[in-house]
Design a protein around this ligand. Structure first.
Ligand code: UPG
Length: 687
């Protein structure tokens, strides 16, 4: 067991759980998520990782599986638990109460048993204002204080009430337990990044998720459940709290428990609300303002169980936890609208699937294979190296690939499909000079040069995400990586995103890198490309395939060191006229697109066609376009990894000139300063 201490978050893939995981990580906690994904989606975890730029451990475990849960506690040192995992739909709970009691109550008993057995006695429990039931039955209980008597009115609420009491009794039996019971009012909104939010299955029950679906045209109109209540506009009053504020409340509670004296236990309830009541029409108006139009609604009869006013008195949390809700309903509506418009079908993207991409002994959610299909084009991407694993057009495979991850990790893998970085191609003598300082990088090529970012270049790293978005005509798959200062002895923490856009006949690859705000070093060298090996034919060789380039001029390299001589030369056979590849056309050359492109972000340039490839047997045609100043072509003459031998594929690697960092003429292309952005775009069009 490693010495690292974790906070275990049950239900961390869900709406409130995922937002809380972000806050935990932002506050320096290491997190393990346990979730059975029955009402949530692993993609939310992938997006959390994308946001925080760190991997988060994940276990697909149902809390009722005590043995499996116990294994997680035996494998990692857990110092506390935040417990969200539960079924939560009020209406559904009245129809399937047994499932609610089993899942919520038995799940919690199993969790608490495992915690007890492992000596973990700190718990923050996700409870609900629903435990109060109809607080309007009393005089002077609105806004609702924690001492308001409990009387939940539905099975869901009763499970929360029962769990609170179970935890209270455990604390009663052993008062060294530290338990924070957080009673939420009405959580709304989404993460301001627009990457995570509430993703209800079926018809939403709650006001804002329903209204959001009206706004994107999924539902015709909002039904307002009654306008004959005693409020300023006749609709009921609730305490709506931004989910990010709510998430922060958990950190405040956890810190409070951890700051208690080691032997002093605690059982205490806190309301998490704003203290401000808003009517249905107040919320409706705020959301319409965010959307920019009046949304259709109809007033219908009252909903069973609804009451006039459920507003929190959050004074206890404000004073004891030093926590206060800070975000407004307008901000929640803005964030919800961003989440909704950018993810109209939530985390579920049509024609996108993923599976684990691990060796057989490991189950590692960070290493997955993602497949998207747009009409005739199917493309698979792996987190490992943010690589393109497979491209199929009309069911014909077009690139060299391995089925399992082991071969991608093998030293003889010629970087099939990989992202190459932080610095593609060679750096002479593994040395760079930035800001007057010399950096001696890892030399991974015969102890002479640094090649493709060194031994632990991007092709050897597991990228986070992806964020997958899209619709019928285009699906985007976006990975990110925080490459730490010192990896390969490069200076600066570098954040890179690799965005693939798949359309029915093209794959665009877009790179963006910048130095992380927290990085001490202010400058680094960047050069990124992709290393996909194409074979458009039916044979094991590319010979016989037709190639035409837009340029015949290449950067001359010394035949021994493979480093630029400083001169340019013409390739002996004029490739711009088109050639049928034969064994004597051995290419590993950096061809010129433009010597005048000096920008670190070439995305402003127009995409220029640099090469085309076609195979007469299959009739498949590839066009390569790029914004980059040069492109390497490699005919894989050195490839030797079964079943792929020499000349089994051809790669087109648009990037910056070889060793540009050490050239006066081209160093600007690859010198990235803090605050600036490196970028490039390449498009592969298939027909
Ligand atoms: N409402 C409508 N139309 C709709 C949905 C809701 O008019 O389509 C009204 C509803 O009558 C209520 C308000 O909007 O006045 C809020 O309703 P809803 O979003 O369903 O939340 P609540 O009924 O207040 O319940 C939420 C949680 C519940 C939790 C409670 C705590 O769903 O789990 O216990 O807040 O206050």
């Amino acid at each position: 067991m490693s010495s690292k201490e974790y906070i275990l978050v049950t239900g961390g893939a869900g709406y409130i759980g995922s937002h809380t995981v972000i806050e935990l990580i932002n506050n320096g906690y290491d997190v393990i998520i346990v979730d059975n994904l029955c009402n949530s989606n692993y993609d939310s975890v992938a997006r959390v990782e994308y946001i925080v730029k760190k991997p988060v451990k994940f276990y697909d475990v149902d809390l009722r599986d005590t043995a499996k849960l116990s294994e997680v506690f035996s494998t990692h040192k857990i110092k506390g638990v935040i417990h969200f995992a539960a079924l939560k739909a009020v209406g559904e709970s009245t129809k399937i109460p047994l499932e609610y009691y089993d899942n919520n109550v038995n799940g919690t008993i199993s969790l608490l048993t495992v915690m007890k057995n492992h000596g973990v006695k700190t718990i923050v429990f996700s409870s609900s204002a629903t435990v109060y039931g109809d607080a309007t039955r009393f005089e002077n209980m609105i806004p609702i204080p924690e001492h308001c008597p409990n009387d939940p009115t539905n099975p869901y609420g009763k499970t929360k009430y029962m769990i609170e009491n179970i935890i209270k009794d455990i604390h009663g039996s052993d008062n060294s337990w530290k338990a924070a019971i957080l009673r939420y009012f009405n959580p709304i909104g989404a993460h301001p990044s627009g990457l995570i939010g509430e993703d209800p299955l079926g018809i939403p029950n709650n006001l804002l998720p329903f209204l959001a679906q009206v706004a994107i045209g999924k539902r015709e109109k909002l039904f307002v459940f009654g306008n004959d209540y005693n409020s300023h506009d006749g609709t009921p009053i609730r305490d709506y709290i931004h989910v990010v504020d709510l998430a922060k409340g958990h950190i405040a509670a956890l810190n409070y428990l951890r700051n208690l004296n080691e032997r002093d236990g605690l059982y205490r309830e806190w309301n998490l609300g704003t203290g401000k009541g808003s009517t249905v029409f107040d919320v409706y108006n705020a959301f319409c303002k965010a959307v920019g139009e009046k949304l259709p609604f109809e007033v219908v009869g009252r909903r069973d169980g609804d009451v006039l006013d459920l507003t929190a008195n959050p004074t206890r949390a404000n004073s004891e936890l030093n926590w206060k809700a800070e975000l407004s309903i307008d901000e929640a509506c803005r964030d919800l609208w961003k989440w909704t418009t950018e993810n109209p079908s939530g985390f579920r993207i049509e024609n996108y699937q993923w599976k684990l991409f691990n060796d057989s002994k490991r189950v590692d959610y960070d290493s997955r294979l993602h497949t998207v299909r747009v009409k005739d084009l199917e493309v698979s991407f792996a987190n490992y190296g943010a690589l393109i694993q497979c491209i199929k057009y009309k069911n014909k495979a077009l690139i060299n690939c391995f089925c399992g991850i082991e071969k991608y990790k093998s030293p003889s893998n010629p970087l099939f499909g990989s992202t190459v970085g932080r610095y593609a191609n060679r750096i002479s003598n593994g040395e760079i000079s930035l800001g007057g300082q010399i950096f001696k990088l890892d030399k991974n090529e015969n102890n002479r040069n640094t090649l493709h970012g060194g031994a632990n270049g991007f092709h050897r790293q597991t990228f986070l995400g992806p964020v997958v978005k899209g619709h019928d005509s285009c699906i985007t798959v976006e990975f990110t990586l925080l490459d730490k200062d010192g990896n390969g002895r490069f200076p600066a923490d570098l954040v890179t995103t690799v965005k693939y856009s798949v359309r029915s006949n093209s794959i665009d690859v877009e790179y963006e890198s910048s130095i992380d705000e927290g990085s001490r070093a202010e400058e680094t060298a960047v050069n990124l490309t992709n290393h996909t090996y194409w074979n458009l034919g039916e044979e094991k060789t590319i010979d016989g395939t037709y190639l035409k380039t837009a340029s015949n001029e290449y950067l001359e390299v010394d035949s021994a060191s493979l480093l630029p001589t400083g001169s340019f030369a013409e390739y002996p056979k004029d490739l711009t006229k088109g050639v049928t590849l034969t064994n004597d056309i051995k290419l590993d050359n950096c061809f010129v697109v433009s010597k005048s492109i000096q920008s670190i972000d070439t995305r402003q340039e127009t995409l220029k066609q640099v090469a085309e490839l076609s195979n007469s047997t299959t009739g498949i045609h590839l066009k390569v376009r790029t914004t980059e100043p040069s492109f390497q072509i490699y005919t894989s003459d050195q490839t030797n990894i079964s079943p792929f031998g020499s000349r089994s594929g051809i790669s087109f690697e648009p990037c910056r000139f070889i060793d540009a960092i050490n050239s006066k003429e081209f160093a600007n292309q690859v010198t990235l300063k803090k605050g600036k952005v490196y970028g490039s775009k390449t498009s592969f069009e298939i027909s």
